[in-house]
Design a protein around this ligand. Structure first.
Ligand SMILES: [Zn+2]
Length: 242
């Protein structure tokens, strides 16, 4: 499998060809053959938006999970809110991506998830009804948390009744294309991280390098937007040495 937009499009086409119905974490019940497409936005909502456009093209919907507590992006900023709303308005779901390491040992994770869901829902002015875990501990993986009004995508049902496939750390542990073609599993639960996919294939190191380089310029433009005559402080050509 390639980590390109072209591959992702062919993967969506394959799912449709093999009659897997795109579902979310609620409406899969009663379906004979369904796929839940899940995306964790660990790094970049902009990459998620690109993915959602490919899904729109193929008439597929998915669920995008958003971190509230991250220094990679700010879901409350106008720019990120617009991106996340655009994804939702195209027919996808938005869920909470929950990082338990933000909390101390012995804290009530269920109360924390409920609180974060409310905050994210208020910020985006969107309904949030599902949660996924960011780098969960083995305890959280096994806990099968029940959260009133919120579907836990780490609930045992999504791993026992579904065939779970993931590209975590930019690596598919199984041949996802063959699994779809074989139609051995009526229910599929597939996690992809949009950040790893590009127009052309990039290895993991190049993907990270590009992101860090672009961030440098994002920061430059933020300074420009927020500081009068910023060019007098730092000229674009001086950025090369940073
Ligand atoms: Zn994550």
């Amino acid at each position: 499998m390639e980590f390109t937009y072209k591959w992702y499009g062919s993967f969506l086409h394959l799912l449709k060809e093999n009659k897997y119905e795109d579902c979310n974490y609620i409406d899969w019940k009663g379906k004979k053959k369904a796929v839940i497409l899940r995306h964790d936005i660990d790094v970049s909502p902009a990459s998620a938006l690109e993915f959602s456009k490919i899904e729109n093209y193929y008439g597929m919907t998915s669920t995008y999970f958003v971190l509230l507590d991250t220094d990679f992006y700010n879901p409350a900023s106008r720019r990120q809110r617009c991106i996340l709303k655009e994804i939702y308005n195209a027919g996808h779901q938005i869920g909470l991506h929950f990082d338990e390491t933000s909390y101390g040992m012995g804290e009530d994770f269920i109360a924390a998830i409920k609180r974060e869901v409310k905050i994210l829902s208020d910020i985006l002015e969107l309904p949030i009804s599902s949660v996924s875990m960011h780098r969960p501990s083995s305890h959280t993986l096994e806990a099968n948390y029940k959260i009133p009004g919120i579907v836990n995508s780490y609930g045992t049902v999504f791993f026992h009744e579904f065939k779970y496939l993931s590209d975590s750390r930019r690596y598919w542990r199984e041949d996802v294309d063959s699994i779809i073609k074989q139609q051995q599993y009526p229910l599929l639960h597939i996690l992809t991280h949009p950040f790893w996919y590009n127009e052309t294939e990039k290895d993991i190191t190049d993907s990270v390098k590009t992101f860090i380089y672009d961030k440098k310029w994002d920061n430059y433009h933020l300074w420009e937007e927020n500081t009068r005559d910023f060019i007098e402080i730092l000229k674009p050509e001086e950025m090369d040495s940073i």
